[in-house]
Design a protein around this ligand. Sequence first.
Ligand SMILES: C[S@@+](CC[C@H](N)C(=O)[O-])C[C@H]1O[C@@H](n2cnc3c(N)ncnc32)[C@H](O)[C@@H]1O
Length: 290
Amino acid sequence: MLTAGDFLQHAPSVQKEIRKLNSKSETYSIETINESIYDHPKYYDLVFGADCAAEIKFILGCGKEYMQRPAKNFFEPACGTGRLLYSLAKRGHEVGGLDLNPKAVDFCNARFERHGIDAEAFIADMSDFRVPHRYDIAFNTINSFRHLQTEKAARAHLACMGQAIRVGGLYLLGVHLTPTEVAPSETESWSARRGHLSINTHMWTKERKKGSRIERFGIQFDIHNPTRSFRILDELVLRSYRPKQMDRLIASSGCWESVATYNFSYDLDDPIEVDAATEDVVYVLRRTRA
Ligand SMILES: C[S@@+](CC[C@H](N)C(=O)[O-])C[C@H]1O[C@@H](n2cnc3c(N)ncnc32)[C@H](O)[C@@H]1O
């Protein structure tokens, strides 16, 4: 079983670093903490939770488009802080979720409780779990699936999801594929702000070993509030998928068929064909009779 420590293979430490931070080569000193970004749900939620609207519209729209009867309940493996579950629950939907990180699950459940939402996320590995009843739609939109580092774990995940979703229900699986025809993107930066708190995030490829499907990415959150500026520095270890590897995995599950594919703009009017240059894909998987 994977643990949160598998994603972050360095001991927590605090250090002062001087780094070149922007194109103007401006340097400044910033306190740096080597910890998992998933152990900081408050910051994670601000960075990733700022805008859920497109994802929620897409999830609900897929139910209407690809299911025979209305979707009533929703499940998210690797739900993190539950930003999407909370958004759906606020709209009156029944939700459930799981995550490996206890701090993320606590954050998620505390928010449910604060808002009087009758739902609970639980701590589990997404490749080894059972739910007490079946759900209509599951979703896993931003690459969390790639945290599973072996084919065995990926297959076990699809099998668990097959047990969690009723026949005819959907699993919306968002994955950043490795393109075979063009060079993959190597860096990504974005920012988020709430009141006096602002976070600049940067992610970059550290290692893409030839012949290995394990990739290492650096990720940092630069956090600024009126009393303190500091950086959380982490490493994410993700398994890569080429389009054909993903197709083979889905086919091998024996209980999922891919009925459509979209990109991360989540535009239901604009499905895509996955080809050798495609990177961001959301697979709309339908639960078949096993
Ligand atoms: C990129 S975050 C996504 C969180 C959430 N799905 C969202 O959209 O905001 C990835 C999450 O996957 C969780 N995770 C990683 N490996 C896992 C595993 N084997 N089982 C369950 N959760 C896992 C991490 O703890 C983290 O919360």
